[in-house]
Design a protein around this ligand. Structure first.
Ligand SMILES: [Zn+2]
Length: 391
């Protein structure tokens, strides 16, 4: 099956080194991007007219707390992942299935939970979203063979270190080494505890543990100090800014990373569901914060929520280039905005209106049911369009 998207006004690449592409068309074959260029014309099964609006890679939420399916026990909400897809999220990465009622903390139980979560989301995409889950919470007593066993069963992540009994750098360091040896990507909770009973995690612990990702560097919800953030920006770890954190230290992280020419290490997450709630437009809101108050070029901010994250987690999404999965968002300035296009809207502090989302080249929605209406909406000129929905 071949799809072509034509008449793209602005094409955001997802690659922070070259965040905008000089092209107006994308050709998709069997779910993958095969060509990006100007005035491409092809005998496609589906022809989409972007009507001069913006196309960007599907957003990646690097910090989600799913459990099973599209239900969160934490806020007793159904369809929250489908709702996030209506906010442009096409890939979600679990930072730990911590909200499972009665979550097991013994070694056998935590391994079983991680394996089932990884396998169940591999078999099921809520709203079409690619959920990477199975992120075990480290507890004392885990051995290297436990990591080998989980990896062999499809576990590729380690959830936020610090939410279990492993809370010090000394305890975490050997486990992080084992996880890395077995191909897992590791994140760590930082800042004040999110729940009673756990302890703060500061820069010292992170430096000793050596995870891949400094989880919610701006707090989840209580942030580390600006000085600690500066110490962690001066490493080679990914720096995760979350919506459900501290906006002041989010911007401090951005400024410090920009000064250090390290914005390619910034990734964006929601840290939801959480006590803060479920925030379907959370990634868009974070983009708007970085671009409007933070002054970051909006296409670079989008790269933080797409290509940067794909690199950290070795995913074949997040960048618009031949060979990549065709996970795409078509958007524009919302009706009534002072801005005239999606990037201008982000710079102005508004949220773009989404008029179409594609995952693996398949249209999942037309007009989003969650964003404000896009001033100009993509249109399907040939082939099967999106189902009824939206505004
Ligand atoms: Zn956390």
């Amino acid at each position: 099956m071949k799809t072509i998207i034509r008449n793209i006004g602005t094409l955001v690449s997802g690659d922070i080194r070259a965040p905008q592409l000089d092209a107006d068309s994308i050709v998709i074959q069997d779910g993958r991007i095969t060509a990006v260029g100007r005035r491409l014309d092809d005998d496609a099964d589906v022809v989409i007219d972007a009507r001069g609006t913006t196309v960007m890679p599907g957003l990646i939420d690097s910090h989600v707390h799913p459990v099973f399916g599209d239900f969160t026990p934490r806020q007793r909400t159904v369809d929250f992942i489908d709702s996030a897809m209506n906010g442009g999220v096409t890939t979600a990465i679990s930072a730990g299935e911590v909200h499972l009622p009665g979550r097991p903390k013994d070694v056998v139980g935590l391994k079983a939970l991680a394996i089932v979560a990884a396998k169940s989301y591999a078999n099921f995409r809520p709203g079409g979203v690619k959920v990477h889950a199975g992120a075990p919470i480290l507890e004392l007593g885990l051995t290297e063979s436990d990591f080998a066993e989980m990896a062999a069963a499809g576990v590729k992540l380690v959830g936020e270190i610090g939410l279990g009994s492993v809370r010090t750098g000394k305890d975490a360091a050997p486990m992080v080494r084992w996880a890395k040896q077995h191909g897992m990507t590791v994140t760590i909770h930082t800042g004040g505890p999110s729940i009673a009973g756990s302890s703060p995690i500061n820069a010292e612990v992170v430096l000793e543990a050596q995870p891949h990702v400094v989880g919610h560097i701006n707090g989840g919800t209580t942030s580390m100090s600006p000085q600690e953030i500066e110490r962690l920006v001066a490493t080679d770890m990914a720096l995760e800014i979350v919506q459900c954190g501290n906006p002041r230290t989010a911007l401090h992280t951005l400024r410090t990373a920009a000064d250090a020419r390290a914005t390619q290490r910034i990734i964006l997450g929601n840290d939801a569901p959480s006590g803060t709630g479920v925030i379907p437009l959370g990634i868009l809101r974070t983009l708007s914060l970085l671009a409007s108050v933070g002054g970051m070029a909006p296409a670079e901010a989008i790269a933080c929520a797409t290509g940067n994250t794909a690199r950290v987690y070795a995913l074949d999404v997040g960048v618009i280039a031949p060979g990549r999965a065709a996970d795409l968002v078509v958007c524009d300035a919302p009706t009534g905005s002072v801005a005239h296009d999606a990037l201008g809207a982000l710079s102005a502090g508004d949220l773009p209106g989404i008029s179409m989302v594609l995952i693996d080249g398949k249209i999942t929605i037309g007009r989003s049911r969650n964003t404000a209406p896009a001033a100009r909406a993509a249109d399907v000129l040939k082939g099967v369009g999106p189902g009824i929905g939206g505004h």
